[in-house]
Design a protein around this ligand. Sequence first.
Ligand SMILES: NC(=O)c1ccc[n+]([C@@H]2O[C@H](COP(=O)([O-])OP(=O)(O)OC[C@H]3O[C@@H](n4cnc5c(N)ncnc54)[C@H](OP(=O)(O)O)[C@@H]3O)[C@@H](O)[C@H]2O)c1
Length: 308
Amino acid sequence: MQTINICQGPQNVSRLILGCMRMPALSRETAAEMIRTAVDLGINYFDHATVYGAGEAERRFAEAFALTDLKREDLIIQSKCGILPAEKIFDWRKDSIIESVDQILQRLQTEYLDVLLLHRPDLLFDPEQVAAAFDQLEASGKVRTFGISNTMPMQIELLKKYVRQPLKINQLQLSLEQSQLIDQDLYMNNKTTELSVMRDGGALCYCRLHDITIQAWSPLQHGMFGGMFIDNPDFPELNEALADLADKYNATKAAIAIAWILRHPAKMQVIAGTMNPVHLKEMAEADRIDLTHEEWYRLYLASGKFLP
Ligand SMILES: NC(=O)c1ccc[n+]([C@@H]2O[C@H](COP(=O)([O-])OP(=O)(O)OC[C@H]3O[C@@H](n4cnc5c(N)ncnc54)[C@H](OP(=O)(O)O)[C@@H]3O)[C@@H](O)[C@H]2O)c1
């Protein structure tokens, strides 16, 4: 698997990340098989969040990891905090961030996180509180690299005014069907289509300008957890284009959908959410597929967009 270096962050990390949101559905043994399969494929990066299975994903990962003979230092373990579903709030206050990280470390049975992301912006966030939390977490050695998720450029700028640590990762939704991250750059200044609406403050260009690695979440889903677009009769044209290229590259449609994201020059990472080792192997084939310029556009247009 090809690797990338995250600017001022972990180096030699796999382009594919295994997202562990769906791991609570697995037994300890099958979760261990999933982790081993990922590592055998060259995937060294694992994504978590406090909210995945209300902590169960992190617990299951730790139990499963203990069944492998892998070394902690060979993996990049990332988690996210800032969402408190029971309280129905987002919370970036200092004590909440610090307490969340302590709980994450306990559940993951590790002494440090390679990367901590703030999951979704707290509408009441005070950047000085975030800065104080990050300083403490860095000084204690509990977190090595910091970033954000679903966060807009101006919010990042506001954080940067106070936070000393570089924020070099932004986890954002992107798939062939949910491509608003890209659409808004195409239809600018066009009031005849909803696709021209800038929904994220220009996050794609901002992240590229500031060497922030984008991690694309839900790469095979339509809508917000609407289900897969692959083999979905609601997306006939897209599936036909994916099938043609799958034939050409001797891969699956899912691999082509991942290759479409990897082909973007922003050098994004893709977070795969499968908990099926066979599916993961198929998706990892995306790493060897370098779609042409024309093929990238064909898929984009087949997903229902049009050139202005
Ligand atoms: N930052 C955020 O706000 C945010 C939000 C959501 C998710 N995430 C992260 O992104 C990760 C991925 O999200 P996701 O699970 O929605 O992504 P996904 O990779 O688009 O979807 C995975 C789902 O597709 C299914 N699937 C069915 N056929 C498949 C095939 N042929 N190949 C691959 N998958 C197939 C998988 O089932 P099988 O297991 O049966 O293969 C699984 O249920 C999460 O684990 C999480 O780490 C972040």
